[in-house]
Write a protein of this length. Sequence first.
Length: 402
Amino acid sequence: MVNNFCSNSGENFMAMAVDEKLCSLRERIMRFATQEVATRPELSRAEGFPFDIWEKMGRENLLGLCIPANHGGGGGNYLEMAVAGEALVARGHNLGLAVSWLIHHAVARFLVLGFGNKDQKAELLPKMATGQITACLAASEPGTGTHPRRMKTSARFSGGYYILNGEKAYLTNGPIAELFVVFAVTGENDGKKRITAFLVPKDAPGLSLTGPMDLDFLRPSPHCGIKLENCSVPPSAVLGQRDTAYEDMIKPFRELEDTLMMGPVAGGMVRQLEVLTSLVRDQKISISDELKEDLGRFQSLIHTLRIMAYEAAGMLDSDKSHPEFLPILLAGRALSKDAQAILKGLVDESHVIPDDSFEYVTHDIRRGTQIAQNVAKIKQRKLGERVLSGGEFYERGKWSKT
């Protein structure tokens, strides 16, 4: 039964995708965020990671939300992640923790569940559901990102083992990870590098951490790099098909991140509006028609981004290809950027004096939406080329069915 009117804490949320189960999940996440995250405003400037909160998330099965029940998780889907991610930021007031939570789930559900064999899933997923294991995507390299032609990390098979050498950078959750999904070149065919994914434990000989990276945004989400120096792993460490990991995993993972980030960004915008309206009242700002219009426009964009987040996540959960999928992701990124421009103009023109709470979430959203901007521009250009050629706009890549 569809419930089109999901209300909590005086807020009304209109979305056809939201049913009673999702409303219940949203309320549960909001309670946790209010009690455990919002009470820790120092997180937005913290240098360390809040392991106590992470452990509580594990105990309450929030780290296993989208892991199947037969592996110890909650059995949820990507739509549930979108709803939960928004609630976590809207009531927790911190985007960085949500990013760490999101990446943990994406690695567990898309990579391990989607491509792991029976033994890998049985060994890893129950521990990931409780937070006993946090896994990290290790694809980007210093100065080159994830570009397949420029990837230098290699894996050579010798003496019954794969020998990995190379360096990875910008690893979200790297400093707290017990397991790294490392992408390495395992061959070349017609000038095209073939890439394979490996499950490499933190204590593997030859693996060492570099960093941590001192980023001024998305705290307390931790980042670092790793070095692999003659790091040997057995053939059982191969995740998915050999030589096809770039097409199977890396490319769709980018779109998965973009999809799942829309929910937390919408939650951050809810927090921005909440703080801003409170500041307007407290500072006795003159309420002009222009101020009303800008506030109404910003509120409209929050609702629009929320529905886009739910729709895109639902597309990931479906068995069909959707020509609208990539355009939604690109439009969501553009909408977020436009919303921040409206907000800046509103603050400047009204002479509101922002407080730290407003500044931290605003900084995180603005910096977060700048990530992978060049990739987004390339995709936008390709869409334009298809429009000019009269071809199909876009069909999302095949996602692993779970």
